[in-house]
Design a protein around this ligand. Sequence first.
Ligand code: PHE
Length: 345
Amino acid sequence: MEQQLQGLKAEALEKIAAAANVKQLNEVRVAYLGKKGPITDLLKGMGKLPAEERPKMGALVNVVREEVTTELESRMAILEEQATREKLQKETIDITLPGRPVNVGNAHPLTRVVEEIEDLFLSMGYEIAEGPEVEKDYYNFEALNLPKGHPARDMQDSFYITDDVLLRTHTSPVQARTMIEKKGQPFKIICPGKVYRRDSDDATHSHQFTQIEGLVVGEDIRMSDLKGTLSLFAKKMFGDDREIRLRPSFFPFTEPSVEMDISCFKCGGEGCNVCKKTGWIEILGAGMVHPNVLEMAGYDSKRLTGFAFGMGPERIAMLKYGVEDIRHFYTNDTRFLQQFLRTEL
Ligand code: PHE
């Protein structure tokens, strides 16, 4: 029996040494040390031995079992480590491989123009106001001195939702809304936003576009304040040597009303294709707030006066960046938009 035991031990140790991986080694464990293995069988067979031999044999079997177990454990440690190493090697990342490029987006050119203008007016103490795009006829027209049936309404044909609700045709309704909110107090605001007109789309017209409204109401606000503000704006947006020129115009909500031109930033006034050989470029409409507009919003037009202006960021962006078709801003052609990615505007 002792011989049998030594033979089993040698066999087990040989198989342990030969096991190439954790799985094979586990098979060896089950085969030799398991409940149905030969070593367990030997222990079970001890009953047949003469009583005086049993303790010696029992001890021997246990020693062999210990030895096999120890050997198995140390081999197991080696194989496990080897398995981990192989796994790690398989999973290594080659950090020298070039990465996948990430597309970095950029602000839309119109957003840039609007933000630039916002920054300028914020720096002069203006607040930014907002109003609804779906607007009441009252704010879009009536409160701006354009009663129902006024001929000037024809200049701004709109999309009507009901007889009294429409998509706003300009940002001027925010003038009336803000005055009502400010309850007779002085203030300075600009209001950027989308506006809508029933127009056929072409290179210079769009049924939806953006505007920025400006409104200052206070004591002793004069035409010269408007002129100074617009002059500063023109220089900031189009270069320090810009001159401005005010031409008489008409808006029902301002009196007097003007159109502002800037001296051509391309030719400096000589006459070129940008200014259509006139030396001047039309930029925006403006004027002194009509007393009726102030009164309708609860302001005492004898005590407070104001100026207002309205401009189109599309037009400004087209001039500034040489964009020839307004539709480029809305068609989401990334080739157009990406041109504004790397250029320092
Ligand atoms: N709301 C006018 C327009 O859209 C522009 C404007 C605003 C004119 C404020 C004067 C004062 O044409």
